[in-house]
Design a protein around this ligand. Structure first.
Ligand code: ADP
Ligand code: MG
Ligand code: ZN
Length: 637
């Protein structure tokens, strides 16, 4: 990152300046006489004796350790006690008369007995203290910087991050490579995803004993690509592989490569593999690999930096010696955009789909995350799982957490089923928004709109039962909604079910028209959904008479959004539009018809919802089925 490099350089200079200042201050404090140290002259023993005889000596400091004496002359001692010069000589050890001679000469005698190593250590410490302080300071600064850079958990930091206390690491390849010895995640922490785990078990086995594979002559797996929608646990699975095998986990995100200086990306890749090589067996994990691994094209908008990085990655993947047990895992939600060179055998030849969880998977994930939360029985997580088709693992873990948060907000110590149910809605539709105050008329319109959906839904042969209707505004912008939950998981949808669903989408607007004779913007989302569904019916599901089984569109990105692009001639596209319109219109007409037949119930239920704001599916069904004494009984068909 460009900004980061500037900052780091500036910090480095600052650090050196501060360290020098600290050094100066400390050295003047600790060794005040360091700067004005007295010159010590070596003199002969004869000279020393001579000076003594001449009574010129002021003081003698005798060191019994190395039998030396440092002495000063009276003439060198100033009035304020400072000394200008000193003399050192080696004393004859056996000269027992020396003490007398010194005393006779009127000089003061000091004797130093150098002691054991304890003292030597103190000398050593004092002598080196500025350097030690310097190093400690550097280490502290380095740690602080890493913390500021978002380093988390018990991870080792190799080389290139920040700057090391001893200077190393500066000016290497920039961003960090983090290897965690203990990722603390195993397959137990990944619920569902049995197929993905199954195919990753082999990788674990290989990391644990590469020898077995080598002996039989099998080519060892180099890389596996985890593909799936966001939040399905790809990153989690990669960590779990490292955790299961108990090997270091080197991880880097694809976007980190791209943000770097020109040429840095490639250097980074080289670095990454070099370090992995040293720590093998290990896992190298490249998250969001599509950021670097996008298909190289001959177009004008080539990104040289990205291509260099990708080329380096390809080279490294070919080059590393995987007898050592290095496995490269990568994750992406856009496998279709990856460069084919990445996917050829010998690189990411293995593809591990990590799909959105099914009903059983959702339940397992909910149970796993609910284990960490104190709950108040009865808790029925299957009900939550049923209400959340299409939710990812991340969504589900979020639902559990939101439920716990709600309990805390309401001052309770245990989360209840109601908390979790409410948080499903929070995750789907956003928080309740109390600040949105609808006018009386608006509230009525929304009530009729939602009951319109619900009555149409209840009158369809197929389709999920209504479980909840509410007109409490949400932060997502929804002013109300009708929740329908399938009893069981569905993998196929019939044409009739699609048509029924379209009619339910149209029910809201139809009710507004029928009762108020006006249209509001409240149906915008319904219209969008209905149109998308109708278009898919015709272009992808082959459910129209006109086009039959001809595919008219392709899904662009299977894992991100299900957006399709038309692949037909412009003339055909026009006819597709006509057909879509026709399907929606007939669904609208059907909805209107149902509501006309149930107009009385529509009024009754809308008024009820208006009063209560939220009603359950059961309340709705009881009211709907109740015979109204004021109405003549319906003619039996
Ligand atoms: P991805 O990398 O596919 O976008 P992550 O691995 O980052 O998704 O998952 C995000 C979070 O969602 C995880 O930290 C975990 O809490 C939760 N999660 C997702 N899938 C699962 C799963 N199968 N089992 C348990 N938790 C899951
Ligand atoms: Mg991820
Ligand atoms: Zn609606």
């Amino acid at each position: 990152m460009e900004m980061d490099d500037h900052k780091r350089r500036r910090n480095m200079i600052l650090y050196v300046i501060i360290a020098m200042a600290v050094y100066l201050v400390l050295s003047t404090l600790l060794f005040p006489n360091l700067g004005q140290r007295v010159q010590i002259n070596q003199v002969s023993y004869t000279q020393f004796l001579q000076d003594l005889d001449d009574e010129k000596v002021a003081s003698v400091d005798y060191n019994t350790g190395d039998a030396t004496a440092v002495y000063t002359l009276k003439k060198d001692v100033k009035d304020d006690g400072t000394v200008e010069a000193a003399y050192e000589t080696t004393v004859m050890p056996s000269d027992s008369d020396l003490t007398n001679r010194i005393v006779d000469a009127g000089a003061t005698l000091d004797v130093t007995i150098p002691s054991n190593d304890g003292n030597a250590w103190i000398y050593f410490l004092i002598y080196f203290s500025p350097i030690i302080i310097f190093l400690l300071f550097g280490w502290w600064l380095n740690r602080r910087m890493k913390k500021a850079m978002g380093d988390d958990g018990p991870s080792m930091n190799f080389g290139s991050g920040g700057f090391g206390g001893m200077g190393g690491g500066l000016g290497k390849s920039g961003a960090r490579i983090v290897a965690s010895k203990d990722v603390g995640v195993t397959f137990k922490d990944v619920a569902g995803q049995e197929e993905a785990k199954e195919s990753l078990k082999e990788v674990v086995d290989f990391l644990e004993n590469p020898k077995r594979y080598e002996d039989i002559g099998a080519r060892l797996p180099r890389g596996a690509l985890l593909v799936g929608p966001p939040g399905t646990g790809k990153t989690l699975l990669a960590k779990a592989v490292a955790g299961e095998a108990g090997v270091p986990f080197f991880s880097i995100s694809g976007s980190e490569f791209v943000e770097m200086f020109v040429g840095r990306g490639a250097a980074k890749v080289r670095d990454l593999f070099k370090q992995a090589n040293e720590k093998a067996p290990c896992i190298v994990f490249i998250d969001e690999i599509d950021a670097v691994g996008k298909r190289r094209d001959a177009g004008l908008s080539t990104n040289d930096e990205r291509e260099q990085t990708l080329n380096q990655l390809l080279t490294e993947m070919d080059g590393f010696d995987n007898h050592k047990g290095i496995v490269v895992l990568a994750a992406t939600n856009r496998p279709d955009s990856l460069d084919p060179a990445l996917l050829r055998p010998g690189r990411f030849d293995r593809r591990v789909p990590v799909e959105l969880p099914d009903l059983a998977g959702r339940k397992a994930i909910l149970e796993l995350h609910a284990k960490d939360v104190k709950t108040q029985p009865p808790i029925d997580l299957s009900a939550i799982a049923r209400a959340t088709p299409g939710a990812s693992g991340a969504d589900l873990s979020n639902i559990i957490n939101e439920g716990a948060l709600r309990a805390v907000r309401q001052g309770r110590t245990r989360a209840t089923q109601e908390d979790f149910e409410e948080s499903v809605e929070v995750v789907i539709a956003g928080q309740q928004r109390k600040s949105t105050v609808l006018s009386d008329h608006e509230k009525q319109v929304v009530s009729y709109h939602e009951i319109g959906h619900a009555i149409v839904a209840a009158n369809m042969k197929e389709g999920a039962p209504v479980t909840k209707i509410t007109i409490v505004p949400r932060t997502s912008g929804a002013l109300g909604y009708t929740m329908q939950v399938e009893e069981d998981e569905k993998f196929l949808t019939t044409k009739q079910e699609v048509l029924d669903k379209l009619a339910v989408y149209c029910g809201g607007r139809a009710a507004e028209e029928l009762i108020f004779g006006e249209m509001t913007t409240g149906a915008a989302n319904d219209i969008e959904q209905a149109t998308k569904l109708a278009r898919n019916m015709i272009t992808r599901f082959g459910m129209s008479e006109e086009f039959g089984m001809m595919a008219l569109g392709t899904v662009q990105n299977a894992y991100l959004n299900q957006d399709t692009s038309l692949t037909c001639a412009p003339g055909t596209a026009e006819r597709v539009d006509d057909a879509v319109l026709k399907v929606i219109e007939s669904a609208h007409a059907r909805a209107l018809q149902v509501l006309k037949e149930n107009k009385f119930k529509l009024h009754e239920l809308a008024r009820y919802l208006y009063k209560k704001e939220t009603i359950t599916g059961d309340e709705f069904m009881t009211l709907l089925k109740r015979e109204n004494p004021l109405m003549p009984p319906k003619p039996q068909a």
